[in-house]
Design a protein around this ligand. Structure first.
Ligand code: GDD
Ligand code: MG
Length: 386
């Protein structure tokens, strides 16, 4: 952290419905969905605190109370958190405008609340100041920019064009808007109050045209956790130490954390990198990992395997079951001998014994499947697409 941070206030956008992440977000908003046993948003708070941000305003809407309950006033994260709740969605610019009265007259960071990154916010703010920019955005390279904001940059770091969700007219890789900005207060005057307005469509293209939008292309880790695949991958990246997090510190050099209150049978194998949380149980002969998270109070039965998967708090994997490339949302159960491959089980699902779930299947919260009722095959075997 630099001694005198240039920017000490931040707005974090957390009002989206997170529809693409269902059923992981059917009952919890995306910002508090657990990622390696911590509400996702705490990774964002850690990043901000590390770079000298003192005040964060959460601009929320959908399931706002869950965010407020989880983060409160932020003191446990070393940062003052305030919550502003919209009565209807105002879009990514409207949601910033809506908190204007809470901001001081200096520059602010604005962040999408679903981005996991270790970007150097100090360096972003320094570039912003050096260029005397009206807004500076962090860009990251991706192979397929179609679901992002595609940005073209000139050699002097000014943005020549910003195209949100470029669609099929664009092919190949590109630099995209990573959802982390520094904004000067006059930018807020470009946003109409009290109605839906998008920063990506209504603000950035205009600033680019005026030559006052700049870009910071860092080599930082970056991922938007907004789809089940990227949510799962975020766990793997944290477990592998691909970015600096408090979890990496807990895992230590062996890349394994087993809580002192977890009960792991002597004949079970915990293969790194893996994380076994408080009160979890792992039965005799079971294999957990590589790349597995077993949540608080969750259990893995005798002889079961959990590989490249997340078993959230209170979920249960029956004896000799196998779970691979999957997410078991909290309190879901998998019966004995059931195979779960590349599937998502919503909260409190009950999948009986002897089933086979694969092929990207997602079960809504509370779904119950009797024993031996489903035999989904792998993509290769069935020849079906996802
Ligand atoms: N308060 C509030 N109100 N927040 C909102 C609203 C709203 O109406 N709509 C979206 N948000 C929040 C979401 O909760 C999320 O944290 C963030 O704003 C971005 O919304 P997403 O719905 O996740 O957008 P996206 O992922 O399709 O695209 C955005 O992020 C990409 C990077 O991940 C854009 O900013 C793209 O340009 C960018 O590339
Ligand atoms: Mg997103």
């Amino acid at each position: 952290m630099s001694e005198h941070p240039l920017c000490t206030q931040a707005v974090v956008l957390v009002g989206g419905e997170g529809t693409r992440l269902r059923p992981i977000t059917s009952r919890v908003p995306k910002p508090v969905a657990p990622v390696v046993e911590r509400p996702f948003i705490t990774y964002v708070l850690d990043l901000l605190a590390r770079h000298g941000v003192q005040r964060v305003i959460f601009s929320s809407g959908f399931l706002a109370s869950a965010i407020e309950t989880e983060c409160g006033d932020g003191l446990q994260y070393g940062i003052a958190v305030e919550h502003v709740v919209e009565s209807e969605p105002l879009g990514t610019a409207g949601a910033i405008k809506n908190v204007q009265s809470r901001l001081d007259d200096g520059p602010l960071f604005a962040l999408n609340g679903d981005v996991l990154t270790d970007v150097d916010l100090g360096a972003l703010a320094r570039l912003h100041k050096e260029k005397a920019a009206m807004a500076t955005i962090f860009l990251t390279p991706v192979e397929d920019p179609r679901r992002y904001g595609l940005v073209c940059v000139r050699p002097d770091a000014s943005v020549s064009s910003f195209v949100e969700k470029p669609g099929n007219e664009h092919s190949g890789g590109g630099l995209i808007n990573a959802g982390v900005y520094v904004l000067e207060p006059p930018v807020l005057e470009m946003i109409p109050a009290g109605r839906m307005f998008s920063i990506e469509r209504g603000v950035f293209p205009k600033l680019a045209q005026a030559g006052s939008l700049f870009a910071f292309v860092g080599a930082a880790y970056w991922r938007d956790i907004g789809t089940p695949e990227s949510y799962l991958q975020a766990h793997f990246d944290i477990l592998e130490g691909a970015l600096k997090t408090a979890v990496a510190d807990e895992l230590g050099p062996g890349y394994v954390h087993v809580s002192s209150s977890a009960r792991v049978a002597a004949t079970a194998r915990i293969v790194p990198p893996s994380y076994v949380a408080d009160g979890a149980e792992v039965g005799a002969g079971a294999q957990v990992g590589p790349l597995a998270v077993i949540g608080a109070g969750a259990s893995v039965g005798e002889g079961a395997t959990v590989v490249e998967s997340v078993v959230q708090a209170g979920a249960r994997v029956g004896a000799h079951a196998s779970v691979e490339g999957s997410v078991l949302v909290r309190d879901s159960w998998v019966g004995a001998g059931t195979q779960v491959s590349h599937a998502i089980l919503g909260e409190a699902c009950r999948v009986g014994a002897g089933n086979r779930l694969a092929n990207g299947i997602c079960l809504h919260p509370g779904v119950e499947l009797p024993d031996n009722s489903v035999q989904f095959r792998d993509v290769e075997q069935s020849g079906e697409g996802r």
